[in-house]
Every structure is written in structure tokens, then in C-alpha cells.
Design a protein around this ligand. Structure first.
Ligand code: PLP
Length: 428
């Protein structure tokens, strides 16, 4: 595969941007090699600047659940653009998207739009602290909640890919308020709350982890977190930035029957444009400025183009879409597992809905510690063998792959055929 133009652009990019990229995992550090510079995408495919075509299982890291350039989304953005790119004043499009969100999650009493998942989780944490008057926070090892200071502790995803323990620049005085425990270990949460429950403002979790690769919640884990929070007066925050509107109409909360105090969104809710949102209980949300004293704001919050893309995306997603995603993803997971077995590669294929990860491990992977035991070198060889065959997977063992509604059964068959050869290269 010829990659001269990508190589040339990466050399230039390194002179402009740290590591040559504007977000770390894009740099291929976890798998080696040079990132491909993407020229365009359509449906389930992307083309790089050298003209190579890829079946895309990254989907801009999750937002593109309808695939690239979905006609309704493109049209909605064009229509909105004709009216103006940003007003810095309330506009009707915010109401439209807000109502669509609430139709899907009727328990969401108030919400606020912002411009990224990081903004949403940062605000939710500040709000939980402001509401409870407590400073501590519990998050789980390997869960990523964006690049905000309080949450950049044992943060999975890009931090894990680069092998960074925690980020320099996060003051120790702040980080000490972020308590961490292994994910899926409810007994450990119970013990912690018995000891210091009165100081904990909130527990935040990914409902299905995507940022350590896909980890599936043990039965009762999420419900148990909700129960423990309630018993101790802490808020339960479900970070649905990745899972929201991806796993089901009502997100992971719908799937698992959760009613958290606060929930955060990003990715799919913006249909590929920069959006985040947080929301939940009215009595908590009414503490946000200007209704209340907890400050949160954004110049481009509720941006009309982003609202239009989000509205078009959510309007297109029906129960039939989720059934299709489930079928395609189940076929892909089964095909990958079978291809790995045929090649003698020990793998675990973890999947919930259209999020999946092939872990190079002979043991079940259910938390950060078991994910870290995977053979990341083998994953790197598998990744490159797939890339050479025109399949673009996330360039890290610690990320989720996403199936979109634009993928076809033929795409899935092509991917599995590529994997049969790629697994053989990975174990060589
Ligand atoms: N929360 C989760 C669960 C995420 O997966 C991400 C991003 O990957 C974020 C928060 C941060 O979102 P953003 O990258 O839009 O700031």
C-alpha cells in the first residue's frame, strides 16, 4: 500500500503539532507506523490522501453512527449554515434537539448543551461538588471521561496507549480528591463508602467501558453503584459520551434500566460536529448558572450547525437501526472469534451492541488490570495487517471499534475475510 503522501504530511505535521496530531491516539503510537491522513469519507468507507480505501470502524471515535456524509445530516447542516453559523443567543434548534433527547430519556428533567464530552463531564463533576458540598470523587481505573484535570487520573484510552500513569500538570492537591477503584468490583466500592462515604460527591462511570477497549458490566454492578450512591448522599453520574444513542434509543441507561442523577453526552448527539451535553435531576441541574450558583458556560454552546447535525442523526435512529447494528455487530464479533480460533490466536472478543474490541488475551477481560495483560504487540501486528487489507480499526488495543448503520453485510464479510489472514500474521 502506497502511503508517500501521508508520510510527507506527517513529517510536516510534526513541525506544527505536538507528535504531529491534534489528539494523541491519532498518532499510531500504540501500534507503530505512520498515521494515514484522511481525504474523505462516504458511508462505511474512508479514503486517505494517497487514494487508499478503508472500511472504517473508528467512525471519528464514535459519533458517526450513520456513517460518513449521511445525506440527511449533510442537508441539515447545509440548511442551518444558510441561516448563520453561530448567534451566541438562544435559537430554536436547541429546543428541537433537547426535546428529541428527552423523548428518548423521559427521566432527563433538565439538560445543557456544550461543545465536547470533556466539557460535559467537567461540568457534571463541578455540579456534583457544588450540589453536595463535598470534594471527593470516585472514578474507575481505565475509564476515560475526557481530558479535564479532575478526571485525568487512571484514565485509560490515550493515556493508557501512551503508557502514561497520570498526566503531569494535574496538581496533586486536586488529584488527591479523585479516588479510584477497579471497575466491576462492587464490593470494593461498598468498602470505600463505608470508610469515607461522607466525603464523596459523586461516582462517575462509563456504563460500558470503551476506553480500555470494551469492558462489559457484571450483572448488578451499575445498579449497585446507583444504590450505594443513594444510600450515602453521593450523586451517580453515568458518562454516556460514547454509549449515548449508540447502544440503544435510550442509551446505556435505557439498556440497563438506570436513572442516574446526572448523565453526560457527546459524540453521537452531535452527529459528527462538536457537541457535548449533561443533564439529569431538575433539583441538581437548577444549581447551574444562571438558575443557580455553579458556573458553566460556552461561546459556541448549542451551536446551530451542531444542533442540526445532532437532530438529523437522532431523528434517523430508530429501533430498526439498533436491530440492524446488533445483527451486523454480532456477525462481526462471531466472525472475528472464529477467524482468530482458526489462526490459533488466543483472543477475547468483547462486545455490547455496536461497540467491540478484540483483546489479544487467553483470559476473560473485565477490568483495566485484565486488559493490561493483553499482548499489545500482537494487536499492533493485527492492526497493521488489517490496515494493509483496507480495514481501519482503532490504532490501540485500549479502544472500542464501532460498527455504523452504513456498514453492509458484505462489508462485514470482507472484514472477516481480511481478519482470517491478519490473525495469522499477528501470531507469527
Ligand atoms: N467520556 C467518554 C466516555 C469518552 O469516551 C470521551 C471521549 O472519547 C469523553 C468523555 C471526552 O469527550 P470529548 O473527546 O468530546 O471531549
Amino acid at each position: 500500500m502506497k502511503t508517500d503522501y501521508s508520510d510527507k504530511l506527517f513529517a510536516k505535521a510534526k513541525d506544527l503539532f505536538p507528535g504531529g496530531v491534534n489528539s494523541p491516539v491519532r498518532a499510531f503510537k500504540g501500534v507503530g507506523g505512520t498515521p494515514r491522513f484522511i481525504a474523505k469519507g462516504r458511508g462505511s468507507r474512508m479514503w486517505d490522501v494517497d487514494g487508499n480505501a478503508y472500511l472504517d470502524y473508528v467512525g471519528s471515535w464514535g459519533p458517526l453512527i450513520l456513517g460518513h456524509c449521511h445525506s440527511d445530516v449533510m442537508q441539515a447542516v447545509q440548511d442551518a449554515l444558510k441561516e448563520g453559523s453561530s448567534f451566541g443567543a438562544p435559537s430554536p434548534r436547541e429546543i428541537r434537539l433537547g426535546e428529541l433527547v428527552r423523548q428518548r430519556m423521559p427521566w432527563l428533567e433538565r439538560m445543557r448543551f456544550c461543545s465536547s464530552g470533556t466539557e460535559a463531564t467537567t461540568a457534571a463533576i463541578r455540579l456534583a461538588r457544588g450540589f453536595t458540598g463535598r470534594d471527593d470523587l470516585l472514578k474507575f481505573d481505565g475509564c476515560y471521561h475526557g481530558a479535564g484535570d479532575p478526571l485525568l487520573v487512571k484514565a485509560g484510552s490515550g493515556v493508557e496507549t501512551l503508557g502514561l500513569p497520570d498526566s503531569p500538570g494535574v496538581p496533586a492537591d486536586l488529584a488527591k480528591h479523585t479516588l479510584t477503584l477497579p471497575w466491576n468490583d462492587l464490593a470494593a466500592v461498598e468498602r470505600l463508602f463505608e470508610k469515607t462515604g461522607k466525603t464523596i460527591a459523586a461516582v462517575i462511570t462509563e456504563p460500558v467501558v470503551g476506553n480500555m477497549g470494551v469492558l462489559v458490566p457484571k450483572p448488578g454492578f451499575l445498579e449497585g453503584l446507583a444504590r450505594i450512591c443513594k444510600a450515602h448522599g453521593a450523586l451517580f453520574i453515568v458518562d454516556e459520551v460514547m454509549t449515548g444513542f449508540r447502544l440503544a434509543m435510550g442509551g446505556a441507561c435505557g439498556l440497563y434500566g438506570l436513572r442516574p442523577d446526572l448523565v453526560t453526552f457527546g459524540k453521537v448527539i452531535g452527529g459528527g460536529l462538536p457537541v457535548g451535553a449533561f443533564g439529569g435531576r431538575a433539583d441538581v441541574m437548577e444549581k447551574i448558572a444562571p438558575a443557580g450558583p455553579v458556573y458553566q458556560a460556552g461561546t459556541l454552546s448549542g451551536n446551530p450547525l451542531a444542533m442540526a447535525a445532532g437532530t438529523a442523526t437522532l431523528s434517523e435512529l430508530s429501533e430498526a437501526t439498533y436491530r440492524k447494528l446488533e445483527q451486523l455487530s454480532a456477525d462481526l464479533a462471531a466472525g472475528l472469534a472464529e477467524a482468530a480460533a482458526a489462526a490459533g490466536a488466543a483472543v477475547q472478543v468483547n462486545r455490547v451492541g455496536s461497540m467491540l474490541t478484540v483483546f489479544f488475551s487467553g483470559e476473560p477481560v473485565f477490568d483495566a488490570a485484565s486488559a493490561r495483560k493483553c499482548d499489545a504487540k500482537r494487536f499492533g501486528r493485527f492492526f497493521h495487517a488489517m490496515l494493509e487489507r483496507g480495514v481501519y480499526l482503532p490504532p490501540s488495543q485500549f479502544e472500542a471499534a464501532f460498527v455504523s448503520a452504513a456498514h453492509s453485510p458484505e462489508d462485514i464479510r470482507t472484514t472477516i475475510a481480511a481478519a482470517r489472514e491478519a490473525f495469522q500474521e499477528a501470531v507469527r
